[in-house]
Design a binder for this molecule. Structure first.
Ligand code: KG4
Ligand code: ZN
Length: 341
């Protein structure tokens, strides 16, 4: 008969189709994912139409794969947790409709999960993080600082006013003719220059905890124009040498890490009661930024946590984890649950 504690998580907010089974007694039982990176690479970014088409193709085999990997049948699942926002409408709808159909037909409970809440609690998949802590989220769509008081209890104390950090990496990478997604490429290029700062890009003002990355992207563009390396009219990179790409990438990465460190230091000053720091989202895969923030926390005697790499980028394990504690509190969703873009 059904063991009443397993949660099936489904995540389709952007360009990954993901499903996972979470067991509160034993942790992640399975976590499978199809990444559409190869589909979007030729466009240099995510094409929403292509994303939702691919979600539709993959959702069923991916969910079946998660159940198989966990060694469970659908009737052994207690709760179906699904990301219902924020994200691309077409992609979100595929996951939400599929989750409703699965939950309805098998008489399971449905839970809606906020994608960002998934990221915020993703460190718990590998670690026991004490409360209250500060969470820096940096992904392709979001950059924010949160004060996290308990499971599901958090307050956004700073967020980006324009581009997200991952978006800045992706856009600069595109400018440099590097493939999508840009973050890992920028990290590779920066490493080749030993993370030296060649251009000293502007760090911005730090009077609030909000972020702004669109000016940084423009600063990169004009540093190339001033060197005669970029033709603004033709929108074309003239100097395509690897050396130049590496110098820009290295300076950009050092600058972003510095901005994060300054914001975090300020947030810690303003919130002296926090007892740990977490760094989550796709950008948290970056070893250089992890290192900078780790040192900052060590100096203050605070433990620093990041999820393991597969749980930094989008995944369904984090959705199942949040779905599990929401189910334990009886926070189930109605059948007319909608997406929240
Ligand atoms: O969390 P995520 O998978 O998707 C969103 O919710 O947006 O994050 C994707 C972002 C992309 O912008 C990608 O360039 C960035 O994470 N990223 C990285 C690295 N790996 C992925 N950024 C910097 N360094 C990395 N190693
Ligand atoms: Zn995400």
């Amino acid at each position: 008969m059904s063991s009443t504690h397993l949660t099936l998580g489904i995540e389709t907010s952007c360009d990954e189709t993901a499903a996972a089974v979470y067991d509160p007694r034993g942790g992640v039982r399975s976590s499978v994912l199809f990444s559409q990176v190869a589909i979007h690479r030729e466009f240099g970014g995510v094409l929403p139409e292509a994303a939702s088409r691919s979600q539709l193709e993959k959702i069923s085999p991916i969910v079946q794969g998660a159940l198989e990997d966990a060694g469970v049948r659908l009737d052994e699942i207690a709760t179906v947790a699904v990301t219902n926002g924020p994200g691309l409408p077409g992609s979100l709808l595929i996951g939400l409709c599929f989750a409703k159909a699965v939950a309805w037909s098998s008489e399971r409970k449905l839970v809606g999960v906020d994608h960002l809440e998934g990221h915020i609690f993703s460190p718990f998949l590998d670690h026991d993080v004490p409360f209250p802590h500060l969470c820096l989220t940096a992904s392709g769509g979001h950059t924010s600082l949160c004060l996290v008081r308990d499971f599901g209890v958090y307050e956004v104390i700073g967020h980006t006013l324009d581009d997200a950090a991952g978006e800045a990496f992706d856009k600069v990478a595109k400018l440099l003719g590097l493939p999508y997604p840009g973050g890992p490429e920028i990290e590779r290029c920066a490493q080749a220059q030993n993370f030296k700062d060649f251009f000293d890009y502007p760090r911005g003002k730090h009077t609030t905890l909000d972020f702004s990355f669109s000016g940084l992207k423009t600063a990169v563009l004009y540093s190339l124009v001033n060197r005669g390396a970029y033709d603004l009219k033709a929108r074309q990179l003239l100097d395509t040498s690897q050396g130049l790409k590496e110098e820009v990438a290295s300076s950009l990465l050092v600058c972003v890490a510095d901005i994060f460190a300054r914001k975090l230091a300020r947030a810690l000053e303003e919130n002296p009661d926090v007892c740990a720091v977490t760094f989550v989202g796709g950008v948290a895969r970056n070893n250089y930024i992890r290192g900078v923030l780790d040192v900052l926390c060590q100096k203050r005697g605070l433990p620093f946590f990041t999820p393991s790499p597969q749980y930094c980028t989008d995944n369904a394990a984090m959705i199942a984890f949040v779905g599990n504690y929401k189910a334990q509190r009886g926070e189930y969703a109605p059948w007319d649950l909608d997406i929240e873009v």
